[in-house]
Design a protein around this ligand. Structure first.
Ligand code: CA
Length: 241
């Protein structure tokens, strides 16, 4: 049996609440991991900090408009697929969108079905063209080798299966080595803002991960507790207190 591919992370930057929620629901129903932002500043920050695989970007946004957000995304991640969603249908806007580096453009109102088809097409194209993606297929730290596509990891001689959420959480830790990560930030970026888990959810998943990656889960060397804040991931392994 072929394991399911790792879910792509999609960032929705849209200030119109009803549309933002409808997009998040439709994408989550397709199995994507969804992050959302309601203005240009928050959207830009998430685009650059949360490693999305694709961005849906409104143009008329409070605080920073979509063109500016797109420009800063392009400075950092040239190959990240960006699909513009806009009420503006004029040719000039479309041309400007593409000149700023948008990959596709949909004029509101659009059908959710068409949006999902275009998202799928952009992700497939990016999967073939973006070399960083295959590099994310496997990761190694300490005695652990993670196989993202296979939803599993091997430590020593033992293979452990990973749930989708455990895999996403581990990827988030791997993307932020040595940083103190607050529970709320982990919730926002791994679970997404439209999900309603509690900070305890993070603790539960960390315990599960520790059993798979740590030699002695009760004395972790990679997934360290930062008391009162959250967690820190150490690829080399630290001797905990
Ligand atoms: Ca808008």
């Amino acid at each position: 049996m072929t394991p399911p591919p790792s879910p792509a992370r999609i960032l929705v930057i849209e200030d119109e609440e009803a549309l933002r929620l409808a997009l998040a629901d439709a994408l989550a129903a397709e199995g994507y991991t969804v992050l959302t932002a309601a203005d240009g500043v928050a959207g830009e920050e998430l685009a650059l900090s949360s490693a999305p695989d694709l961005v849906l970007l409104d143009l008329m946004l409070p605080r920073r408009d979509g063109f500016e957000v797109l420009r800063s995304i392009r400075r950092e991640r040239t190959a990240l697929p960006v699909l513009i969603l806009s009420a503006r249908g004029e040719e000039w806007d479309r041309i400007q969108g593409f000149e700023y580096g948008a990959d596709d453009y949909l004029v509101k109102p659009f059908s959710m079905r068409e949006l999902l088809l275009r998202v799928g097409a952009l992700l497939r194209r990016a999967g073939a063209a973006e070399p960083g993606r295959s590099a994310r297929g496997r990761a190694r730290f300490g005695e652990v080798e993670v196989d993202f596509a296979g939803y599993s990891l091997v430590r020593g001689r033992t293979r452990h299966g990973l749930s989708r959420r455990e895999l996403e959480l581990l990827r988030f830790f791997l993307d932020h080595p040595g940083q103190v990560l607050a529970r709320n930030r982990i919730l926002d970026e791994v679970w997404g803002r439209d999900a309603f888990p509690t900070p305890r959810t993070v603790d539960t998943h960390v315990l599960k991960l520790r059993k798979k990656i740590e030699e002695r889960p009760e004395r972790p060397r990679h997934l360290l507790t930062v008391h009162g804040v959250g967690y820190k991931f150490s690829p080399e392994g630290e001797d905990g207190a």
